[in-house]
Design a protein around this ligand. Structure first.
Ligand code: PEP
Length: 270
């Protein structure tokens, strides 16, 4: 498919991490809902902590904004103290689940194999997995970026049939950019996104690869969004810190719409 002619709907997702009381989560969700009313040309998701999933889902009921969890175990139920299962997050209102976030891979020792099992379970429970991949600063310095994200993506998908893999979303999140204020340049991100789409095409076929939203995450702020999302292979943003301020998150959503409107050929804008 020619550059700029992709039919993918852009996506902006907020990762609220381990922030917000119930009251704060409700207030933030309502502000995002009200500020994004009528913005139908983009998919919007918010991913609160487990404790706030149901409350946020209630606030967003009837709005097109998706609710996502930040993780889910691979088992449906059982003796896994402290974990939450895919059916439990679904029951609480989540339809999306972030998997393989670097704060879990590097902070909590989550392996490629664990991510693969979680992706399998999430799909089996009807959730859309938002699979995160990304290299550390040392891996980038060693020229290993493309090899690392390729390994992580191959591992996450496993032997998955294309029809299943086509229900997932991807996020490129360089570890060195997360929460550091150091955003990847559009060129750095675009190179990795192109690689991910090539690997996806090899694993699942060109149609699934062309349709899969690949988001960029890592210190996204309103002022850097336009340049990143003007890249044809960057379909949206996974936003951490800036998603905790409704005005910033809404600014990113609006900048994303603007960038993708500009990037699309005139015929698609009709
Ligand atoms: C994230 O945690 O997914 C993230 C991208 O964080 P931040 O935007 O704060 O870098």
């Amino acid at each position: 498919m020619a550059d700029g002619a992709v039919p993918r709907t852009p996506v902006v997702a907020g990762n609220w991490k381990m922030h917000a009381t119930l009251a704060e989560a409700r207030t933030l969700a309502a502000a995002v809902r009200d500020g994004c009313r009528g913005l139908t040309e983009i998919r919007i998701a918010v991913c609160p902590a487990f404790t706030a999933l149901a409350a946020v889902a209630e606030v967003l009921a009837g709005s097109p904004i998706l609710v996502g969890a930040q993780d889910a175990h691979w088992e449906a139920a059982g003796a896994f103290t402290g974990s939450v299962s895919p059916s439990q997050v679904w029951d609480a209102g989540a339809r999306l689940v972030i998997l393989g976030h670097s704060e879990r891979r590097h902070g909590l020792g989550e392996s490629d194999e664990m991510v693969r099992r979680k992706v399998t379970a999430a799909l089996a429970h009807g959730l859309t997995p938002l699979v995160c991949v990304g290299e550390t600063a040392d891996e980038r310095a060693a020229g290993q970026t493309l090899a690392v994200v390729t390994r992580q993506l191959e591992a996450a998908l496993g032997e998955r049939p294309a029809v299943e893999a086509g229900r997932g979303w991807l996020a490129y999140e360089p570890v060195w950019a997360i929460g550091t204020g150091q955003t990847a340049t559009p060129a750095q991100a675009a190179e990795v996104h192109a690689q991910l789409r090539t690997v996806l095409a090899r694993l699942t076929g060109p149609a699934v690869a062309a349709a899969c939203p690949i988001l960029y995450g890592g210190s996204v702020k309103p002022e850097v969004t336009s340049a990143l999302l003007a890249e044809p292979d960057i379909d949206g943003a996974l936003v951490g810190g800036a998603s905790l301020k409704a005005a910033d998150f809404i600014g990113i959503v609006r900048a994303g719409i603007e960038a993708k409107g500009r990037a699309r050929p005139p015929a698609e804008r009709l």
